[in-house]
Design a protein around this ligand. Structure first.
Ligand SMILES: NC(=O)CC[C@H](N)C(=O)O
Length: 363
């Protein structure tokens, strides 16, 4: 069925719909990863976004049961150049089209994704809609310009109640702002005794769980849309070791008195070079973010910059000057992408070991 992708600046693309048939409005972003579409479409940080894949072929290895980052995908829609009709891979259980239909996520193929990406690069992230070809473009543009996109994405994707993920090592309270399962997987691999808690859990409730460390997850939207979480993180800094990823990193920065701002079109892909300022080494990293911490506001805080993006010089990592707390803007849990910085999870374990003054048998 023919569909159109319409941008708020009036650009109209026509293509073929697949996945769910419903009409949607969202923020159009692009990702440059050459593989990993299953992890990307199931990463809750994409909640509300229409994701364009710059890699021209998507769906060729199907959908498998191992690579989900959540069981309830929150992405709004997908835009691709070519969608493979016949996936081929020993792990494949269904096609991308079947999966998108099952999860009611619309997609459009046959789009000139290079042109679309250039528009986003030039003008910044835009609102867009995927609608039937029957719809009049001017009316849709009008609707798009008037549309106010939701700001409650964290609440949409965070767990509604706390749940344990037992282990015999250090106890970690994992604040779920839209957590990728990759984070849980890394903590499990290190035997952590994890308790996942909703985004609005208070600092007092968290400390009552007697954690050895606190993990702040990734998550969708503007970090300033979850002021209660900033307040919670502020109260937790200095109490126990903290490790934050992506949205968790931004919340840690805001809680420490720094500021965040929206990047023009964000960083999304699996090969973003990041320099560790302590070692001088560069790692290739998996990224997915629209916001970044403002470097000019770091001087007023107790934080130091530990990592920077080599593409645009923005902050990619922070550490507290006195307390055991550090965060990264990128994804050391990868999924998808390189695992160069997976050792950061070991650093968190070591921090908990030092702080707790005890070595746990399995940690
Ligand atoms: N992956 C994330 O946690 C993204 C953080 C935040 N939503 C951003 O877009 O910058």
């Amino acid at each position: 069925m023919k569909k159109q992708l319409i941008l708020e600046d009036g650009t109209v693309f026509t293509g073929k719909g697949f996945g769910s048939d419903k009409d949607v409005i969202g923020e159009v972003v692009f990702t440059t990863g050459m593989t990993g579409y299953q992890e990307i479409l199931s990463d809750p940080s994409y909640c509300g976004q229409i994701v364009t894949f710059t890699y021209p072929l998507v769906g060729n290895y199907g959908i498998n049961r191992d690579d989900f980052e959540t069981i309830r995908p929150a992405v709004k829609a997908l835009v691709v150049k070519e969608a493979a009709d016949f996936p081929s891979n020993f792990r494949s259980e269904m096609s991308l089209d079947e999966y998108l239909k099952m999860k009611q996520i619309p997609a459009i193929c046959g789009i000139d994704t290079r042109k679309l990406t250039r528009i986003i690069r030039q003008y910044g992230t835009l609102k867009g809609a995927i609608v039937s070809v029957e719809e009049k473009a001017e009316e849709v543009v009008h609707r798009l310009q008037a549309a106010v996109l939701p700001t409650d994405q964290v609440d949409q994707v965070s767990t509604k109640s706390a749940y344990p993920n037992p282990g015999r090592g250090y106890r970690v309270v994992l604040m779920d702002f839209g957590m990728k399962h990759g984070i849980l997987r890394e903590l499990n691999n290190r035997d952590c005794d994890v308790i996942v808690v909703p985004h609005d859990t208070t600092a007092e409730e968290i400390l009552q769980l007697n954690p050895d460390g606190i993990m702040l997850s990734n998550g969708p939207g503007d970090p300033k849309d979850v002021p209660h979480a900033i307040e919670t993180v502020r109260k937790l800094i200095g109490q126990v070791p903290i490790f934050g990823i992506c949205l968790g990193h931004q919340l840690f920065a805001l809680a420490s008195g720094a500021n965040t701002f929206k990047l023009k079109f964000g960083h999304r892909g699996s090969n973003h070079p990041v320099k560790d300022l302590a070692t001088g080494k560069t790692a290739l990293t998996s990224q997915n973010h629209s916001y970044a911490v403002d470097e000019e506001t770091i001087a007023n805080t107790e934080l130091k910059v530990t990592h920077i993006a080599l593409n645009d010089g923005t902050i990619e990592g922070l550490a507290h000057k006195t307390y055991p707390a550090f965060t990264v803007q990128y994804h050391p849990e990868a999924s998808p992408g390189p695992e160069d910085d997976n050792h950061l999870f070991d650093r968190f374990i070591n921090m908990m070991k030092e702080h707790a003054g005890k070595e746990l048998q399995h940690a």
